[in-house]
Write a protein that binds this ligand. Structure first.
Ligand SMILES: [Zn+2]
Length: 419
């Protein structure tokens, strides 16, 4: 795997992750179990909050559910029969066996089942950024792309058959918007169908119906149908990404599922007063947080869009005398909700401090002239441009505007209006 990265070592997320203090691993925690350092945690938190906000806006409600479940739960869902080789072995607890969950679906099915539902509540969109576990072999583990502990951006939409295609299409639209905001590109759409073997539930009618619906969802979208890539319980749409070394992987998915509603005996009360079976649409906008951040690190070479950057603004007092003024600028930036830091002369020469901040979108230098004015900062941008001395108010309004709108242009010709 290392050799693949030889042409692009500067974009290997494992190397950048260590250099930029984003994440790391420790043999005592174990392979495939990375931990997140403060700067990496900021990126992850910002990404998670972005996803939750997008979901809230699209009518999803969030839940939390435990990462453990009884073995029986996965026997009902079908994971035990079709997926157990990817699961951690069960733990004995009293007379019971509990397992680390390999997916969130069974928990969400139980949450849905715990209350009765009228057709008026559908589509019911249940979302969670939750942990799940996969017993990947240690030989294939690396960085954030192959891990044993996964934080999944997941959601399940419980809806009528008539609503399923529209809900799946809306999920694809959310995925497209997220990719635009994150500055990443879908390489291709894949319709993943079952292959040979007993990995898949045996119910030809189920596969036929779900596949026909997904084909409707993809109407007008260019895609490729591939056998052997489906989930065990149904076909799925996979949004594929390609890394700098040309390796393809799945980031986002949309699935239409008839299997689990059946297994969990889910229902809603229809307008006729009778019980009906809902359809489950499974979807993930950014897939696992680990893979999404790995891809973002490689895509941007560590220079994240301003809204995702661990530090958005560094303020550099040239000498000790401008320290107080620089502190005030940092304070004002923090009060606006920006991520700002001060790097004083104790961190080295001005040149060394500027170099150290090379991945920070905005650098504000406070020298004698700026301090004397009381409200000036000499601005340098990550891309090398130097807009020069501007008022601190204008600088902060611009940074705040770019972050709020998730803009890619650091310094537009016309300044942002102060909020
Ligand atoms: Zn699911």
């Amino acid at each position: 795997m290392n050799a693949d990265h030889a042409d692009h070592p500067q974009h290997d997320h494992r190397r950048l992750g260590r250099e930029l203090d984003l994440f790391d691993t420790d043999p005592l925690m174990g392979a495939g179990l990375p931990y997140w350092l403060p700067d990496g945690a900021v990126v992850r938190h910002t990404l998670e909050e972005y996803v939750r906000e997008a979901e809230r806006g699209a009518g999803y409600r969030h839940v939390y559910s435990p990462v453990l479940g009884k073995r029986e739960l996965y026997e009902i869902s079908g994971h035990w029969d079709h997926y157990s080789e990817d699961m951690f072995p069960p733990m004995k607890l009293g007379g019971e066996e509990v397992v680390l969950r390999p997916s969130l679906c069974p928990h969400h099915a139980l949450i849905y089942r715990s209350r009765s539902h009228s057709y008026r509540e559908l589509p019911l969109r249940m979302a969670e950024l939750g942990g799940m576990y996969r017993s990947e072999l240690s030989g294939v583990l690396g960085g954030l792309t192959r891990v044993r502990s996964i934080q999944l951006n997941d959601a399940h939409i419980f809806c009528t058959l008539d609503q399923a295609v529209e809900e799946a299409r809306a999920a694809l639209a959310l995925i497209r918007r997220a990719y635009a905001d994150l500055g990443i590109r879908a390489a291709r759409y894949r319709l993943s169908l079952p292959g040979e073997g007993n990995k898949y539930v045996a119910d030809p009618e189920l596969w036929r119906r779900a596949t026909a619906l997904l084909e409707q969802v993809l109407d007008g979208v260019e895609y490729e149908a591939v056998e052997g890539e489906a989930a065990f319980y149904g076909p799925k749409i996979d949004v594929q990404i390609v890394d700098r070394a040309g390796r393809e992987s799945t980031l986002s998915t949309v699935q239409i599922d008839f299997h689990q509603p059946e297994r969990f005996d889910l229902h809603y009360i229809g307008p006729d007063g009778a019980k009906h079976r809902p359809v489950m649409v499974h979807r993930s906008i950014i897939g696992s947080v680990e893979r999404a951040v790995a891809h973002l690190i490689e895509e941007h070479g560590g220079a994240f869009p301003a809204w995702l950057a661990p530090v958005q603004l560094v303020v550099l007092p040239v000498a000790e005398e401008q320290y107080g003024q620089a502190e005030k600028v940092v304070r004002r930036a923090l009060d606006l909700g920006l991520r700002a830091e001060l790097a004083g002369p104790e961190h080295g020469t001005l040149g060394a401090r500027v170099r150290h901040a090379r991945l920070v979108p905005y650098v504000a230098v406070i020298g004698e002239r700026e301090a004397a004015d009381g409200d000036l900062a000499a601005v340098r941008l990550r891309d090398g441009r130097r807009p020069g001395a501007v008022s601190v108010a204008e600088l902060l309004a611009r940074v705040e505007g770019v972050v709020r709108t998730r803009g890619g242009e650091l310094w537009a010709a016309a300044p942002h209006q102060a909020a």
